[in-house]
Design a protein around this ligand. Structure first.
Ligand SMILES: Nc1ncnc2c1ncn2[C@@H]1O[C@H](COP(=O)(O)OP(=O)(O)OP(=O)(O)O)[C@@H](O)[C@H]1O
Ligand SMILES: [Mg+2]
Length: 238
């Protein structure tokens, strides 16, 4: 069965599109797994633009072409769409063995959001260590808890630190992490429903190369621990 995964947030600019492309490219090019991205970050469709410009670059940059050829896999599929229009197409993928990523805009107020959550196997909420990002992520958790996914419960939800700063005091992270866990505990009691939310162990570092080398063709090693943890979680949970 396909696995439908989305990096989501109610806040723009936390890294959804960047981490989607790094994870997808690593899975496809290094691990040789079948991958599709639905690029629903309408209207900018930035992943489709990255792919288009890389295809152009293959024609003019010989060293880029050589590096891409070394990997010897065909580029994975990237399908530009609006979220609501992607829903029936997602169903066509359900019986395949693909990892399907859905890149969405930085808002939950988008047509088709409930149908999208229903189909997800994992929602990964990117978190930055500041109170605004924290609060917006907790709102996203609350929004996801209001929808049921295909298993009739809350979509398995993971909190993932992005742009992790190794020079920052560890307390900054642990304090926010504790506050999140307390909030989730309260939510569980109030709602009397399972709240399926966990922190991922890996923290994606703030790295200029993550920013500069977003590629749909060449994998980026920094993302390897995230991909391993993701695969492990998806296998364990389902
Ligand atoms: N780990 C990281 N290290 C350094 N820069 C990062 C990292 N993750 C994301 N960025 C940068 O943060 C900015 C926002 O990232 P991105 O466009 O992926 O966010 P987004 O959540 O998809 O935004 P939107 O909500 O507008 O779609 C980009 O400049 C990107 O390169
Ligand atoms: Mg984006």
């Amino acid at each position: 069965m396909a696995k439908f995964i989305s990096f989501c947030s109610q806040k723009g600019g936390v890294g959804k599109t960047s981490i989607t492309v790094h994870a997808a490219t690593y899975l496809a090019q290094t691990l040789k797994l079948p991958v599709t991205i639905f690029d629903c970050d309408y209207p900018q469709h930035s992943l489709t633009s990255i792919r288009d410009s890389e295809i152009e670059r293959l024609k003019s940059d010989e060293s880029f072409l050589k590096r891409a050829e070394k990997l010897s896999s065909l580029p994975y599929e990237i399908i530009p769409s609006q979220l609501v229009d992607a829903l029936p197409k997602l169903d066509e993928y359900a019986n395949t063995n693909r990892m399907v990523f859905i890149d969405i805009p930085g808002t939950l107020n988008v047509n088709g959001f409930d149908g999208f959550v229903k189909r997800l196997d994992a929602a990964i909420l990117l978190l930055e260590p500041d109170p605004v990002s924290f609060e917006s992520t907790m709102h996203t958790v609350l929004a996801l808890a209001n929808f049921q996914n295909k298993n009739g419960g809350m979509v398995p939800t993971y909190l993932l630190w992005n742009k992790y700063n190794v020079h920052e005091r560890e307390e900054r992270y642990t304090n926010l992490q504790d506050a999140a866990l307390n909030y989730l505990e309260t939510l569980k009691k109030e709602r009397k429903q399972p709240i399926d939310v966990k922190f991922m162990e890996y923290r994606i570092p703030y790295s200029v190369s993550i920013k500069d080398y977003r590629s749909t063709l060449l994998p980026h090693k920094t993302i390897e621990p995230l991909v391993s943890e993701l695969i492990e979680s998806l296998v364990k949970e389902h």
